[in-house]
Design a binder for this molecule. Structure first.
Ligand code: AMP
Ligand code: MG
Length: 337
């Protein structure tokens, strides 16, 4: 199969609509990362997403809709704070989890009685969703466990010959996946940190919790249980106060004939004495935008990628730290993959 990458051009959405209606899968730009979309009402189309990605069958998908799409048949009511949050942050990088009415394919929620819904703000995504006028189930358009894609080229690298079409809307400005927010309880609870921060949600909803899975419990957001976002080279990770140890490892790797490279904030790059480094930038927003592109660059140029925890905290940094920890396998210690 030929994989076409189309930017805005005559007929591009007609083609996308045709593929979706035929039960095929189409990749599309969003403001967070590229998505791999299929008709959420079709069992076969949704299963195709899992097959293409190699995604575990218990990791549910987010359904994407355009701004005017009526989600009320899909969800079993919403608390008042959810309506306020929708008004404040949608369209945008916030996924809201509701009680489900079970109208979409059962494979979307993987056995959970909830449904995750997102209204992306990217013009490409909005136009695509309007053209098909269906709820589109879409995880990030990367092979399972690989780094999420923030350009059409990244999607192509993972799915060339496997999907018919990539709707190219340029580089993603957000850069990390949406915030996932459980809206089924008394107060909203963050299941995955992202660009809409806890502070932003609290300021509208009055309160906002952060979910941490207890040992032995099936996590509320199963995707968070998986190692994720991993570059395909050896990795190591150091705290912000362990720069000397990171440099020792770099030098030892060089002596062994490896190609080591750091990935860290601008301020840390300046303390690495000109050694090879990928510069994440200085603010949470910039680090979010650059992280996945640099992880993909790193795996192509280095044999050992050495991540250093940024000093910065607060706001979007919670999401950036979470993705860095998971990319570098911090919960599992330093590991090769
Ligand atoms: P991805 O689209 O690849 O970024 O992954 C989607 C994320 O949303 C995963 O972490 C899922 O666990 C989470 N998610 C999707 N549906 C639900 C749901 N119904 N309840 C909780 N989390 C969900
Ligand atoms: Mg993903």
């Amino acid at each position: 199969m030929e994989t076409r990458i189309l930017s805005r051009s005559r007929g591009w959405l007609d083609l996308a609509k045709q593929y979706i209606e035929e039960g095929d899968v189409v990749a599309f730009h969003t403001e967070t990362v590229y998505g791999l979309g299929a008709n959420a009402f079709s069992d076969a189309a949704v299963l195709r997403i899992f097959e293409l990605k190699g995604r575990p069958q218990d990791n549910p998908l987010i359904v994407h809709v355009h701004s005017e799409y009526d989600i009320s048949p899909l969800i079993d009511g919403e608390p008042p704070y959810a309506a306020a949050l929708r008004k404040a942050f949608l369209p945008g990088p916030l996924t809201m989890v509701y009680p489900s009415t079970g109208k979409v394919s059962k494979y979307v929620s993987c056995g959970l009685n909830t449904l995750a819904i997102r209204v992306p703000s990217s013009p490409t995504a909005q136009e695509f969703l309007r053209a098909v006028d269906l709820p589109i189930a879409a995880p990030s358009a990367n092979l399972s466990k690989h780094v999420s894609p923030v350009t059409a080229r990244h999607v192509y690298e993972d799915f060339n010959g496997k999907i018919p079409l990539i709707l190219d809307g340029g580089a993603c400005t957000g850069g990390i996946e949406s915030t996932v927010l459980d809206c089924t309880g008394e107060i909203p609870q963050i299941l995955r940190e992202g660009l809409v921060t806890r502070e932003m949600i609290s300021s509208v909803a009055g309160d906002c919790g952060i979910y941490r899975a207890q040992k032995g419990e099936r996590p509320k957001s199963p995707g968070m249980a998986y190692k994720h976002y991993s570059p395909r080279c050896k990795t190591a990770f150091f705290g912000a106060d362990a720069l000397d140890a990171a440099i020792s490892l770099y030098e030892a790797a060089e002596r062994k004939g490896e190609t080591p490279c750091f990935l860290c904030a601008s301020e840390q790059v300046s303390r690495l004495g000109g050694r090879m480094a990928l510069d994440l930038g200085g603010t949470g927003e910039v680090m979010a935008r650059r992280l996945y592109d640099l992880l993909r660059k790193g795996e192509k140029t280095a044999t050992l990628l050495i991540g250093i925890e940024p000093q910065e905290t607060g706001g979007v940094m919670a999401g950036v730290r979470n993705r860095m920890h998971r990319a570098f396998g911090v919960e599992h210690g330093t590991e090769e993959n």
